[in-house]
Write a new protein. Structure first.
Length: 84
């Protein structure tokens, strides 16, 4: 299983773009699950502090920091393929 956690903020255009990319990729990676956590919640704040997230979305893959901000399909693909 590949678990992606997005730490997002309201009205975040980059967050929406990353979510759309991940939804599209679910066809190729059926083991992919996506969880979105608001940066405004207690859980979101804990992740921000733990991983040093400075921009939205913060992207964790299998509970490990991967990136923040825009992530391309190619970047996700390279990471997901390395986990298979």
């Amino acid at each position: 299983m590949i678990k992606v956690t997005l730490v997002s903020t309201p009205n975040c255009s980059h967050c929406l773009e990353v979510k759309k990319t991940l939804e599209k990729m679910k066809r190729e990676y059926p083991e992919l699950t996506v969880e979105e956590i608001s940066a405004l919640t207690e859980d979101g704040q804990k992740l921000i502090h733990k991983h040093g997230i400075m921009s939205s979305p913060g992207v964790l893959i299998n509970n490990e920091f991967f990136s923040m901000g825009i992530v391309t399909e190619k970047q996700f693909k390279e990471k997901f393929d390395s986990l298979r």
